[in-house]
Design a protein around this ligand. Structure first.
Ligand code: PHE
Length: 331
């Protein structure tokens, strides 16, 4: 009874004291073993009572140890963690250079009132070709080698983001001012200069009295924001969905303020196609060409990233080589 009393009133101030308590009762030479040893010598008429008493002592000890163990754990949980240890190195990912430049282009146009629009990568003939003034058998379709998913009726991977122009004009009234970035696909041999997948950004502005001069001004503003002070020129070109059409070149000169980014490839470099939206295209999407006019432009993002960061091979964008991507960590 005295021992039972001792067990139930025991409190521990720490691990060491608890351990001593355990040894005193449960150890090899502890009280319990000792009592069990003595059990043999107890006269048989008293064995039953004696046995019960040892058992209740044993249970009390076990219960106490359990209690102390739980207590110990709550008290020392924080002590067990070493808060001064250095953390696990969580490596941050990087934005892909295509995304970095795409966001910059988006931001520049957003700041002058363009909204971002998107369209599907799997297109039909109408949105990718016919509505853009390229009817069936039009030779201009050969300008873009197309991946067909199905033929008659044609389902294909869009060859340019101009399809988004059509989708947007079908569903919205002028004034329209949108920018449509996205992936496009062309059935071309993969090389350092061209890939079967790449990215474009399409711009479209439709309103009353939009002029070629408005377009030129906007493009000049854009190249200045993106490349720093820059010279551009426009060369006459041909697209079935714009008239007149032009190709925009930007000048990479060793004496320009863009020097620090460019070590080779000086001279005029083509960065986009553009033009005044052909009245036939406006009619295709039920916009009155007598009332409205507008311009459109389209540029390849890869080409621009390659210029900005001096990347010599377009295939690097799609290989996800960490040594390449890690170089964009700080940007
Ligand atoms: N869609 C054309 C291309 O992929 C680019 C372009 C867009 C030209 C808009 C004029 C106007 O080559």
């Amino acid at each position: 009874d005295q021992l039972l009393q001792e067990v139930s009133s025991f409190t521990s101030s720490g691990k060491e004291e608890t351990e001593q308590f355990r040894l005193r009762f449960n150890g090899k030479k502890g009280i319990l073993n000792d009592l069990f040893e003595k059990f043999k010598e107890v006269p048989s008429d008293r064995k039953k009572e004696y046995g019960q008493r040892i058992n209740s002592l044993k249970q009390a000890v076990a219960a106490k140890l359990d209690e102390l163990k739980n207590e110990g754990e709550t008290v020392t949980a924080a002590d067990k963690e070493d808060l001064t240890r250095p953390g696990f190195p969580l490596e941050m990912g990087t934005r892909h250079p295509i995304s970095i430049v795409k966001h910059r282009i988006n931001d520049i146009f957003r700041s002058i009132g363009f909204a971002i629009a998107e369209g599907p990568e799997i297109e039909d003939d109408w949105h990718n070709f016919s509505a853009l003034n390229m009817p069936e058998y039009h030779p201009a379709r050969d300008m873009q080698d197309t991946f067909f998913i199905e033929q008659n009726p044609d389902v294909l991977l869009r060859t340019h983001t101009s399809s988004v122009q059509i989708r947007y004009m079908e569903n919205n009234e002028p004034p329209i001012r949108i920018l449509a970035p996205g992936r496009v696909f062309r059935n071309e041999a993969v090389s350092a200069r061209s890939h079967c997948i790449f990215h474009q950004v399409e711009g479209l502005y439709i309103d009353e009295n939009v002029s070629f001069a408005d377009m030129k001004q906007t493009i000049q503003y854009f190249t200045t924001e993106l490349f720093g002070k820059s010279k551009i020129r426009m060369r006459p070109s041909y697209f079935p969905f714009t008239e007149p059409s032009a190709e925009v070149d930007v000048y990479w000169g060793l004496n320009s303020e863009t020097d620090y980014r460019i070590t080779k490839g000086t001279g005029w470099l083509e960065i986009m196609g553009c033009g005044m939206v052909d009245p036939a295209v406006l009619s295709n999407v039920n916009i009155d060409p007598e009332k409205y006019s507008g311009y459109a432009f389209g540029m390849g993002i890869e080409r621009i990233v390659m210029l900005l960061y001096q990347i010599g091979d377009i295939r690097l964008f799609f290989e996800n080589d960490k040594r390449m991507l890690d170089q964009f960590k700080s940007i």
